[in-house]
Design a protein around this ligand. Structure first.
Ligand code: NAD
Ligand code: UDP
Length: 318
């Protein structure tokens, strides 16, 4: 099989590092581009000696010149805590990052995939969310830098496709969790597991009745690679996520049960514009990609708990 050259932006992050692993295992030549804003070299350390893996420290708000056959464009902070820290930079990353990588795809003829998000649906009025739903997004709130940034990235992808015939794939990712999430990432699954393992209070924002649908990382990466290699002309957008929906309180209780923790639930203020419900309709992914998640919540949480147990032990040993 001919080795193909694959560029992964955001490759040192949670999803990107899993993707690099999978692409290397499949015999590809991988270039990982990341400025380590939220990512971590430890996520890719085991790949650094591989002659078919290269790491380039680079900020995607600037153009990049490399030769490649496929581009997975993931670079962007994803946790609300991180993307709200410097919201203007988040918008720049989404918008300039998309333009620069689309420019690269145009010049090289590479196929390019965008890791968009369920956040393009905002605080949705319908449940589950289907790709044709246009969303209910606040343009001026604290989440807007991320939501609108991703929406304009999608727009740029489709404009480059229509105007310059760039070969695009747009994926809308719903909440995904698993090993290699950063311990201080701030998203709900990592927060709850770390709090439970330390027997600290579990922080529920609001009354915990808001819902999310959690996809295990291996399933997500499988869907991403299937989309990249899907039939010519299929652009998406396509939802990739696990349609099993839980309230945040149910998630907290499940984590306590699986970790046998002594933690108690505490209730804190609900962040502004926190979506009330979120669940993907994955009919399109099933039909076109023949994809659906295989790993359900207990199994996925157990694997993630094992990962964080090791991380906490490593920290304590230092
Ligand atoms: P992450 O924060 O772990 O990874 C993002 C990576 O991008 C990090 O390594 C970071 O250093 C890098 N990065 C950020 N800004 C950059 C810049 N300007 N230049 C170069 N690199 C930059 O988050 P993740 O969960 O792995 O998310 C990856 C992608 O998937 C993001 O685009 C995110 O929007 C999307 N997504 C993730 C989820 C999820 O649940 N994990 C859900 C929806 C969408
Ligand atoms: N959340 C929570 N406690 C935490 C972190 C998050 O209750 O310690 C809630 C958050 O308010 C949201 C849900 O969990 O309703 C998912 O949050 P996350 O930051 O993981 O991602 P989101 O889906 O909001 O982008």
């Amino acid at each position: 099989m001919k080795k193909i050259r694959i560029l992964v932006t955001g490759g040192a992050g949670f999803l990107g590092s899993h993707l690099c692993d999978r692409l290397i295992q499949c015999g590809n030549d991988v270039i990982c581009v990341d400025n380590l804003y939220t990512g971590n070299k430890d996520n890719i350390r085991h790949l650094l000696d591989n002659p078919y893996f290269e790491f380039i420290r680079h900020d995607v708000i600037n153009p990049i010149y490399v030769e490649c056959d496929q581009i997975y464009h993931l670079a962007c902070p994803a946790s609300p805590v991180h993307y709200q820290k410097d919201p203007i930079y988040t918008t720049k990353t989404s918008m300039y990052g998309a333009m620069n990588l689309l420019g690269l795809a145009k010049r090289t003829g590479a196929r390019i995939l965008l890791s968009s998000t369920s956040e393009v649906y905002g605080d949705p009025e319908c449940n589950p969310q289907v790709e044709s739903y246009r969303g209910s997004v606040n343009t001026i709130g604290p989440r807007s830098c991320y939501d609108e940034g991703k929406r304009v990235a999608e727009t740029l992808f489709f404009d480059y496709h229509r105007k310059h015939k760039v070969d695009i794939k747009v994926m809308r990712i719903f909440n995904t969790y698993g090993p290699k999430m950063d311990i201080g990432d701030g998203r709900v699954v990592s927060n709850f597991i770390v709090q439970a393992l330390k027997n600290e209070d579990i922080t529920i924002y609001g009354n915990g009745t808001q819902t999310r649908s959690f996809c295990y990382v291996d399933d997500l990466i499988d869907g991403m690679i299937r989309l990249m290699n899907s039939e010519d002309g299929f652009t998406g957008p396509v939802n990739i996520g696990n349609p099993n929906e839980f309230t945040i309180k149910q998630l907290a209780e499940r984590v306590i049960e699986l970790t046998e923790s002594l933690s108690h639930l505490v209730y804190e203020d609900l962040p502004v514009d926190d979506p009330v419900q979120r669940r993907p309709d994955i009919t399109l992914a099933k039909k076109i990609l023949e994809w659906e998640p295989q790993i359900q919540i207990n199994d996925g949480l157990k694997r993630t708990i094992d990962y964080f147990k090791n991380q906490i032990n490593l920290k304590n040993d230092k």
